[in-house]
Ligand binder design. Structure first.
Ligand code: SF4
Length: 404
C-alpha cells in the first residue's frame, strides 16, 4: 500500500477520476507542479481538500514511537500470528488493496467489515432477499424525466446535481424543463432541486421512518387499490394520487436513496418498498432505483469480497471458509462481544472517520494526517489511490470501475 511516488513534474492531467466520494467524477483537470497538485477545473470542496491538502510528514510507529517500516511490518506479523481471530475493518482501499485484504483474511482467519458496513448491509439485504432493478448515473442524466429523492437530498455528493440532474449535455434530448423532481422525507434541502428556469420541486415532508409507508401507499394506488384514509403520514391522499399518476406516466422514472441517510432500525424494509414499487412500475413504463453511496471504497470492497468469496461484506474466514452474516459480523458487534483478539483498521481516503478504540492489539493503516487519541500497537501512514499512486475503484452505481 505504501508505494513510491512516480515523479511527474509540471504536468496538466485531464479526465482525472476523483476517489473522494462514490460519484468518482472523472472529469477533473489537475496540475502537478513539482509534486504539488492543484485542481484547475471541475471540483468540489471535498476534492480540493483531498488532492490539494499538504500531508504532514509522517512515520511508522510502534506503540507511539517512531520506527522503520520493516520493524512496523514485523510487528504486524507478530500481532496477526498470535491472533486467533483478527478483525480487518475500515477497508477504505481500492481494488488491489481489497484483493490483498482478502488474501490476508484467508491466511489469518479474519472477520471483514467496512467502515460504512451498516449502510452497505441495508442495501445488500434487499438485493439478496428480493432483487432489484437499478440504473446508472448515465441513464439518469440522459433519460430520467421523474426523479424521486427518498430520504436523501444528495447534497453530500456535491457535484451530483451538476453532473446528473442539471447536466448541460445529454443524449436522447432529455428536456430539463420537463424533468420533475420530488423529495420525500425529513429536513431535506431541496434548494438544489430548483431547475435553472426556477421550477420548484414537489416536497412531501414526513419522518424518515414514515417514508416506507408513503412509498407503499403509492405502490397500492398504482396497482389500483383505494386508500381509505385522508392522509398517510401527514401527506394528503389526494397528493399521493397525483404523484402515483405522475409515476405511471413517466417515461423514465428513478427513485434515489442513500442507505447511509436511512439510519434507522430495519431500514432495509424501507429500501425494499422502493424496489418493489419500481418492479411493479416496470410493467407499465421504465422505472429504476439508484443508490447513492460507495464512499471510502465501500462498493469496491464489497464487490471484491463478493467475487472472491461468493459473499458480500461481513464475512468471517475463521472456520477456513467464508462465513457470511451481515448482522453478526459488524465491527461493533464483534468488538462488543469480544469475538476478535486483534484489530486492523485500513483507511486511505479520509482521515475524518476514526478507528474504534479497542482493548486488543490494534494496527492502524491510515492517512498520515489522521489524529488518533490513542497509541495503537502499530501505525503505518499509507498512500491514497488516485493521488499518490494509481488504482481502481467502483462507482456508486457499481457498473463502472474507474482507473485512478
Ligand atoms: S463530488 Fe465526489 S467524486 Fe466528484 S469531485 Fe466531489 S468528492 Fe470528488
Amino acid at each position: 500500500m505504501l508505494k513510491k511516488k512516480t515523479k511527474i513534474v509540471d504536468k496538466i492531467i485531464n479526465n482525472v477520476a476523483c476517489p473522494f466520494c462514490g460519484l468518482l467524477c472523472d472529469d477533473l483537470v489537475i496540475q502537478n507542479k513539482k509534486e504539488t497538485l492543484k485542481i484547475l477545473k471541475n471540483h468540489c470542496p471535498k476534492a480540493i481538500s483531498g488532492f490539494e491538502k499538504q500531508v504532514p510528514e509522517s512515520f511508522p510507529k510502534i506503540a507511539g514511537k517512531k520506527s522503520t517500516l520493516e520493524d512496523a511490518i514485523d510487528k504486524i506479523f507478530l500481532v496477526l500470528k498470535k491472533s486467533n481471530s483478527p478483525l480487518i475493518t475500515g477497508l477504505g482501499t481500492d481494488v488491489n488493496g481489497m484483493r490483498a485484504v482478502m488474501h490476508l483474511a484467508d491466511k489469518t482467519g479474519a472477520v471483514l467489515d467496512h467502515m460504512h458496513g451498516d449502510a452497505l448491509t441495508r442495501n445488500t439485504l434487499v438485493l439478496q432477499d428480493l432483487g432489484w432493478i437499478m440504473t446508472t448515473m448515465s441513464e439518469i442524466k440522459n433519460r430520467a424525466d421523474l426523479i424521486i429523492f427518498a430520504g436523501t437530498d444528495a447534497t453530500k455528493y456535491q457535484r451530483f446535481y451538476e453532473r446528473v440532474i442539471w447536466n448541460k449535455q445529454s443524449m436522447f434530448t432529455r428536456q430539463k424543463n420537463k424533468l420533475k423532481l420530488v423529495y420525500i422525507g425529513e429536513k431535506l434541502n431541496a434548494k438544489l432541486g430548483i431547475s435553472p428556469t426556477g421550477k420548484k420541486p414537489n416536497i412531501l415532508n414526513c419522518k424518515t421512518e414514515e417514508i416506507g409507508e408513503i412509498i407503499s401507499s403509492l405502490h397500492a394506488i398504482i396497482t389500483g387499490a383505494k386508500i381509505d384514509v385522508d392522509n398517510v403520514a401527514g401527506i394528503k391522499t389526494k397528493k399521493l394520487e397525483v404523484l402515483a399518476e405522475q409515476m405511471k406516466s413517466a417515461k423514465y422514472g428513478v427513485i434515489i436513496w442513500s442507505p447511509a441517510d436511512l439510519d434507522m432500525p430495519h431500514a432495509e424494509l424501507t429500501i425494499q418498498s422502493f424496489c418493489e414499487v419500481v418492479k411493479y412500475l416496470t410493467r407499465i413504463t421504465r422505472f429504476a432505483g439508484f443508490s447513492l453511496g460507495g464512499d471510502d471504497g465501500s462498493t469496491t470492497s464489497s464487490n471484491v469480497c463478493a467475487w472472491q468469496s461468493g459473499y458480500p461484506l461481513r464475512v468471517n474466514f475463521n472456520k477456513g471458509y467464508p462465513d457470511y452474516s451481515p448482522h453478526h459480523y459488524s465491527t461493533y458487534n464483534v468488538l462488543k462481544n469480544k469475538e476478535v483478539d486483534a484489530l486492523m483498521w485500513i483507511s486511505s481516503f479520509s482521515a475524518a472517520i476514526k478507528p474504534p478504540r479497542a482493548s486488543i492489539p490494534s494496527i492502524i493503516l491510515a492517512k498520515p494526517d489522521i489524529k488518533l487519541n490513542f497509541n495503537p500497537d502499530v501505525f503505518i501512514p499509507i498512500a491514497t489511490p488516485g493521488v499518490d499512486h494509481s488504482g481502481q475503484l467502483f462507482r456508486t452505481d457499481s457498473v463502472v470501475s474507474l482507473p485512478l
